[in-house]
Design a protein around this ligand. Sequence first.
Ligand code: DGL
Length: 257
Amino acid sequence: MVKIGVFDSGRGGFSLLKHLFESYPDWEVFYIADHAYAPYGNKSRKQVQERSLYLSSMLVDKEVDLIIVGCNTATALSINLLRETLSTPFVGIEPYLNVINIHPELVHAGRGVVLSTQGTNESERFLELQARLDPESILDYVGLPRLASIIEDAFDYSSNCDLEKKVQKELHTYIQNKYDFAILGCTHYPLIRSLIEKILEVKTYSPGEFVVKRASQLLGLKADVLEPLSNNRTFNYYSTLHNKWETVNHSNIAFNQ
Ligand code: DGL
C-alpha cells in the first residue's frame, strides 16, 4: 500500500486531501499539523527550515513513500534543504502563477492578484517563480499577515459567525482594486474559497489537483480513479499541540463556512 506524508503549519494542507482521497482511495495518509509553531508566514527562514526538517523526519519514521509539503511557505523556504537532506521524494506546492500562461484569456479579460503569506511573498524562490512565469509583472502580489491564522481559528470554534467579518477586514484594501481573478497561494485559502470569491468578487485558482498528480507520477503510478469519497475514509492525524497520532474521519477536513 502507498503511504503518503503531508505536513503544514496547521490544517491548510487539508485543502489537498480531498483531491488525494478522491483520486487514490487506497493510499494511507499521515498528516502533521504544526500548530505549536504556526503560523509559518511570519517565521524566519531558519525556523521554517528546522520545523520542516523535523516534521519530515517524523514522516520518514512512518515509512512513507513520498512527502507532500502541503504548505506554500514551507515549500518556498525549505524544499531545497529537504531534498538535499532526506532521500524520500518530496512534492511541494507553489502559487499557481502558470494559470496565466495556460489560460491567457484570463489576462485579456481582466486583472489578477496572487494572495499568499508574507513569508511566501517575500521569499527568493517565489521571486524566481515570478521572473519565470510572470516576467512582465502582469499580476499583483499581496502578502497577507493574518488570513491563514483566521482560517485556522475557524476550525476551533463551533460557530464561525465572525469568519466572514474577519476575512472582509483582512481583504478590504484589495476590494477596491476590482480584480477579476485571484490565485490562492496558501493552502489555507482554498478552504474558504467561496468566501474569498464573494468578498473580492473574483474567480479563484489553486493547484491542489496538480500536486496530487505530481505525487502519483513520481511514484510511477497510473492516473487517478476519481471516486466519490467513501464515508469511512480515514487518515492519520498528528497535531504538534497534542503530540499523538489519531485516526480521523475525512469529514473533519472541512468546516461550515
Ligand atoms: N498553509 C500555509 C501556506 O500554504 C502556511 C500558512 C501559515 O502558517 O502562515 O503557506
